[in-house]
Ligand binder design. Sequence first.
Ligand SMILES: [Zn+2]
Ligand SMILES: [Zn+2]
Length: 280
Amino acid sequence: MALLGCHVSVAGGLWRAVERGEALGCEAIQIFTKNQLQWRAAPLPLHVCERFFRARRESAIDSVVAHASYLINIAAPDAVWEKSIVALKDELDRCDQLGIDDLVLHPGSHRGEGRDRGLARAVTALKEVFSVTEGQGTRVLLETMSGQGDGLGADLDDLERLIEGCDGDRRLGLCLDTCHLFASGLDLRRADGYRRLVDSMERRFGLDRVGCWHLNDSKEPKGSGKDRHSHLGEGELGLLPFSLIIADERWASTPCILETPKEKDGDQKNMALLRKMRGR
Ligand SMILES: [Zn+2]
Ligand SMILES: [Zn+2]
């Protein structure tokens, strides 16, 4: 039930991420395929891809998810928009080279231009990127966001409009972040809140669109709009939502990725907690 894992560093080479994931007992990992704070990256040399493939083959890791650079803003009203289209295409090309099926993307920020304009720009950008990467299989998973600033995606309506705007393109999926959902006002602290969320996901999108969960507790209260992750059980969410998600058969083959603070043995502790909840 659920593929448990962590966001892991690629320092020292992409294949090192696989080794780090293995050391933590991950069944899934999330990585950046390039420095997430830089626009440009050198193309991936063939030997790096091969080494990554080999590490993956030899590991027990079932699934690798990539997370796109934080610089990308496909809803930007200015020159960042064009840069973002180029950068998103590059992210998809890298995923294609590395055999990565899913790329998590923040839906972007309208930067004061208004939600409708922002969503329209995001749709245009996604369509453009899908048209120039036709034939590739990597899905773009739009992440649910906390609602900080002018960010899109804190409301499921935004995600629905983006997918509809792209005519339901099968290369679009969703990444559900527990901390962001809670910060945006959804109460996941009780079983009925979780059930309502999943029912509404099923009705609006179909659960096969959900390609990834981000399992993060929240330092901030429900509806705060603030995006601050904390260790499982140490934040406002408590442990229940995580146990509900990993016990839910519907996520049996879905990566459930920790993005909790990287300090001391945090990843080990959170992984151990999840495995204990799951009973293995
Ligand atoms: Zn994210
Ligand atoms: Zn976050």
